[in-house]
Design a protein around this ligand. Structure first.
Ligand SMILES: CC(C)(COP(=O)(O)OP(=O)(O)OC[C@H]1O[C@@H](n2cnc3c(N)ncnc32)[C@H](O)[C@@H]1OP(=O)(O)O)[C@@H](O)C(=O)NCCC(=O)NCCS
Length: 217
């Protein structure tokens, strides 16, 4: 059991508080945001809200852990910055895996947020700072690398590799053996039959590379 500080004070922070409180062994003790986002606020949903720049004064890293459930803004690079800033302060970071997810022999990294109805088949590993929203199928003998965000009801077939920073939209389907290259943006409903190019945007059935800049999501 860890005593956990959650980074953020918006929807994802509130959801993380809900899931950790109702479906984990951990205790949420407070929240933290960067000074510029504090706006004079001292509490969030009844718990202390602390300036991140001085968070160790209230919650020292040898006694408390962190959880940073961030959105995919900036193609997951904002999430990465926050994750690294928390690491630099020396905090351990927990992961949340829903009790309603089906997990097999998967290795799962730190600061992962894995919600209900995800299925992780055997021999597939999950990196650090990965979000698997609800209801995804992650096939066998694959790998989801760091800072990846899967939305909902994505099918990642067997033997697929999803490289860092990629975003996969709702109801996308990835054919077995495909590599989703670094920073790929897979649109909602895309049917990906071939490996993608780094930082490409793919949509349609079969998915074709488009011209939208992936850092716009
Ligand atoms: C790919 C995506 C990023 C494009 O965003 P965008 O550039 O703002 O796209 P627009 O909404 O302006 O649409 C541009 C055109 O592409 C089409 N289009 C948009 N998304 C599409 C998709 N997933 N598949 C096929 N066509 C799509 C639109 O119909 C529109 O066509 P038109 O020009 O003929 O009218 C976005 O549609 C998407 O899929 N986002 C993921 C959403 C998601 O999964 N959210 C989950 C919650 S986190």
């Amino acid at each position: 059991m860890a005593r956990v500080v959650i980074f953020g004070k918006q929807d994802l922070a509130e959801l993380a508080h809900y899931y950790l409180t109702n479906d984990s062994e951990h205790e949420v003790v407070g929240f933290s945001v960067s000074r510029e986002y504090l706006d004079g606020q001292a509490t969030f949903i009844g718990l202390p809200l602390v300036c991140f720049e001085e968070v160790e004064d209230t919650f020292p890293p040898d006694e408390f852990s962190f959880f940073a459930p961030m959105t995919h803004a900036g193609m997951n690079r904002t999430r990465e910055k926050v994750y690294r800033a928390i690491q630099l302060k020396g905090y351990a970071m927990i992961s949340y895996v829903s009790s309603k997810a089906t997990v097999t022999n998967n290795q799962i990294g730190e600061n992962c947020f894995i919600l209900e109805d995800n299925t992780l088949q055997p021999f597939t590993n999950i990196g650090n700072n990965v979000v698997l929203w609800c209801g995804n199928h992650i096939g066998h003998h694959g790998e989801i690398k760091d800072h990846v965000f899967l939305t909902s009801h994505v099918v990642v077939s067997g033997h697929c590799i999803v490289e860092p920073y990629s975003f996969i939209g709702v109801n996308a389907t990835i054919r077995d053996g495909v590599t989703i290259s670094e920073g790929s943006l897979i649109a909602m409903g895309a049917l990906v039959t071939k490996s993608t190019e780094p930082w490409g945007v793919y949509k349609g059935s079969p998915a074709r590379k488009g011209d939208k800049l992936s850092n716009e999501i």
